[in-house]
Design a protein around this ligand. Structure first.
Ligand SMILES: [Fe+2]
Length: 381
């Protein structure tokens, strides 16, 4: 089987090794003639970015890049990015990178044509309708990790640097017009990032699958996403050059993010405030929280995860699934507790308040309240 294909679900995805060569064609398909490539500081210096800029330049698209993007991108990065977009006279964005480059790139394309401030578009009720949709610039997304899945998402996670809160900014037109999923771009990812991002994809699939809302399409996608992680994450971790494993992990990432339209849950609800306050890696934080969250939700998800265990050929139903998660984390060098991850002297009340305020809370199978969420956080610590 060749791991190359064109998909149009949930958007146009050009999938396959080497397809970054189609970047100029992807820009043309998205009606972009003067793109601004948005990425993070670390990636800006890397060879894959230089080669992409070379491809853009060779096609007459220029080689404009904005890379003042923090690992947890914030409103200051957004302001600077919008300035660069306007000053450069750009007509679209190539969002390039892991979660931070993708999320900030999508946001710059969105904000450049808006007159209202960023926080007016937080994912609350119908606030997204406040946007001038016609002024949103087109986006081509190019993931360079396999986890966030932001390339197929309709939102960006942005940290409010004043309050240290992660906010979700949503608009249907955040969904990129064209995505290039080229697993070759993930070859150089360090082991710890391969693990952390891969486990983010896994958490998306697990939480989406367990979320109680009705969305059978998402259910199918989450289940198969978990299988891909089970079969290929350890392989990608053991040998970063294993292209087949890298390709399947890139699919799992896109599938997890497509699936979580159905909802997330307590893992992400906790992980967002912890990451915003303690600057821990998002996917790794999720992985540390997952075992306690599975036990927390046990009464509601025992049967459902039993079905998953059977599909994944894990013996022992729900308990077997939990044991598998412990084993996977251990094999990938994930710390057992948040304390080990570097969460020192946590303000428990503040994290719990942040978790209860997070939109992911609504997708958790059991209702999260102050008391049970406090107990859950303490179990993770
Ligand atoms: Fe996530």
């Amino acid at each position: 089987m060749t791991l190359t294909a064109n998909w149009s679900y949930p958007t146009a995805i050009r999938f396959g090794a080497g397809r970054i060569l189609e970047i100029a064609d992807a820009c043309a398909a998205a009606n972009i003639s003067k793109p601004l490539l948005v990425t993070d500081r670390g990636l800006a210096k890397m060879d894959i970015t230089r080669r992409t800029l070379d491809l853009m330049e060779a096609a007459g698209l220029g080689r404009a890049m904005f890379a003042e993007v923090d690992p947890n991108p914030n409103e200051k990065n957004a302001d600077a990015g919008v300035r660069a977009f306007k000053e450069g006279g750009h007509d679209g964005v190539i969002a390039f990178g892991g979660g931070s480059g993708l999320d900030l790139g999508k946001l710059v394309a969105f904000l450049a044509g808006q007159t209202r401030p960023l926080w007016d578009f937080e994912d609350i009720g119908d606030w997204w309708t406040r946007a001038n949709a016609a002024a949103i610039a087109p986006i081509v997304a190019v993931p360079t990790t396999a986890g966030t899945g932001s390339e197929v998402g309709r939102a960006s996670v942005i940290t409010n640097s004043v309050t240290a809160e992660k906010k979700i900014i949503f608009h249907p037109k955040f969904l990129p017009t064209v995505v290039i999923c080229d697993p070759e771009l993930t070859i150089g990812m360090p082991k710890s990032i391969t693990a952390g991002t891969g486990l983010d994809a896994f958490a998306h699939c697990v939480e989406a699958f367990c979320s109680p809302h009705y969305h059978p399409m998402s259910q199918g996608m989450a289940l198969e996403g978990m299988r891909l992680v089970k079969d290929y994450l350890l392989r990608a971790y053991a040998d970063g050059n294993d292209m087949e494993a890298r390709a399947h992990m890139m699919s799992a990432a896109a599938m997890g993010a497509t699936a979580f339209q159905k909802g997330l849950g307590a893992i992400h609800a906790l992980s967002h405030p912890i990451g915003a306050i303690h600057h821990t890696h998002h996917g790794t934080t999720n992985a540390v929280c997952m075992p306690a969250v599975l036990q927390f939700n046990r009464p509601a998800i025992k049967g459902r995860l039993g079905t998953v265990a059977a599909y994944l050929e894990i013996e022992g139903g729900f308990d077997g699934f939990c044991a598998y998660v412990d084993c996977l984390n251990a094999s990938l060098g994930v710390p057992k507790t948040l304390t080990e991850l570097g969460v020192k002297n946590p303000d428990i009340e503040r994290i719990v308040a942040g978790a209860l305020n997070d939109p992911s809370t609504g997708g958790n199978p059991l209702e999260m309240k102050k008391e049970n969420t406090t107990k859950l956080l303490i179990a993770c610590l």
